[in-house]
Design a protein around this ligand. Structure first.
Ligand code: SF4
Length: 405
């Protein structure tokens, strides 16, 4: 496929007194028409070269089947619950981020682990698999906005502040699985643990037995909901560290008093649900049960009937009595599959406004076909590797999670 042409856009030079950044932007920049082409510098590994038809094309499905068969046992395909149907049908196993990483680690004979999910998940798979195995992410633009909200430098700055205040020794870092390998490594280096939405309560309880404070990264909502609704802490025990403000935007005394230092991060999908959505669906469907993911804001968690990880939501609805009605506050691909898998129940999306995870949806059938055909042809594409030192430190935090009492 030939690369689409680009148009040159000249950004006018700013008036005197503008910042250096603004001045620098006066150069010629390539203007990419939406959906047409890719910037090879900022979007490496995003395009899938080749003559590939749209995902609904029957020929593409046949190509996917042929490529999958050609790879055979050399490849193991993982599909996160939030992936598109067109991709999920080719997954050897589906699950949440941690279960998928564990599944990858349990397949040492697979030369390629093709991860249909987002970047931090592929990193975890690379950390937990052997050095000989190669982890492939079919589209490198499949990131996670929440994971990106805590960069390594920002977290180091926060820690330095805690050290300057003489607090660091009493703080145990806990990072959600949805974080970069760098942040997991930071956590491992400082004696902390990784957690998932299923074991966050156990992780916090363990951390508070080791220290008097927790630095919870990067999802403030999972941290707050777990601390307040499951451990019985109060909202006053929690402060929010804003990485974009000096000192996190917090008074040192507030940091000294706090038990939970919550990082100011959130999920772009779960953060959209509101308590008004819960009230609206209750009015629209009398008697409906509302179940939401703990990445939702605290008001939504309070308004819901149940809170649960992705795996728990699947389990609760699967075991619910026929005829029951459920409004589900999580990613739409999963809610749609839950509705199809439970035709004897009413399963609806909590928010009437459609909201897929845009980065999860980057992995589509053309990208998966491209990745599988390339691997079958002997060309390794979009391999995710974590350097040995980062991997070792991150693994310490992951191992701590596996050892949680
Ligand atoms: S659903 Fe939220 S946490 Fe999960 S990948 Fe998308 S943005 Fe990240």
């Amino acid at each position: 496929m030939s690369r689409p042409s680009t148009t040159q856009l000249t950004i006018p030079r700013p008036a005197d007194g503008a910042s250096q950044t603004e001045v620098n932007s006066g150069r010629q920049l390539p203007l990419l028409l939406l959906g047409a082409g890719a910037d090879p510098h900022s979007e490496r590994g995003v395009s899938c070269p080749g003559e590939l038809p749209p995902p609904s094309d029957r020929d593409l499905v046949r190509r996917a089947e042929r490529a999958r068969a050609a790879l055979g046992d050399r490849a193991f395909v993982l599909g996160h619950h939030y992936q598109r149907d067109e991709v999920i049908r080719f997954a050897d196993v589906t699950g949440d981020s941690f279960n998928l990483a564990r599944e990858a680690a349990a397949r040492p004979s697979a030369e390629f682990v093709i991860f249909c999910g987002v970047h931090f998940m592929a990193e975890s798979a690379d950390i937990l698999t052997s050095p000989e195995q190669r982890v492939i992410l079919p589209d490198l633009a499949a990131g996670c906005s929440m994971a990106d909200m805590a960069s390594y430098n920002q977290v180091e700055e926060c820690w330095e502040t805690l050290e300057d205040l003489g607090l660091a020794e009493s703080v145990v870092p806990v990072t959600y699985m949805n974080s970069s390998a760098d942040i997991k490594a930071f956590t491992g280096r400082h004696g902390g643990t990784v957690c998932t939405s299923s074991n966050a309560k156990r992780a916090l309880r363990w951390a508070l037995s080791k220290g008097s404070k927790v630095l919870f990264l990067p999802d403030q909502h999972l941290g707050r909901n777990t601390a307040v609704l499951e451990l019985g802490l109060s909202l006053d025990d929690c402060v929010v560290w804003n990485p974009h403000k000096p000192g996190g935007g917090l008074d040192p005394d507030a940091l000294r008093r706090a038990t939970m230092i919550l990082w100011r991060g959130h999920c772009s999908v779960h953060g959209r649900f509101t308590a008004a959505n819960v009230a609206e669906v209750r009015q629209r469907v009398p008697g409906i049960n509302v179940i939401v993911h703990p990445e939702c804001v605290h008001d939504v968690a309070l308004a819901a009937d149940q809170i649960g990880s992705t795996e728990k939501i699947i389990q609760v609805i699967g075991q619910a009595p026929a005829g029951s009605s459920w409004a589900v506050g999580t990613e739409l691909n999963l809610v749609q599959r839950l509705a199809e898998a439970n035709p004897d129940k009413t399963v609806v999306f909590l928010d009437k406004t459609v909201c897929y995870c845009s980065t999860m949806n980057r992995i589509d059938l053309p990208h998966l076909v491209w990745a599988m055909e390339s691997l079958a042809a002997g060309q390794t594409v979009n391999q995710i590797t974590v350097d040995a030192q980062t991997a070792a430190q991150a693994k310490a935090a992951l191992d701590q999670m596996l050892a949680l009492p």
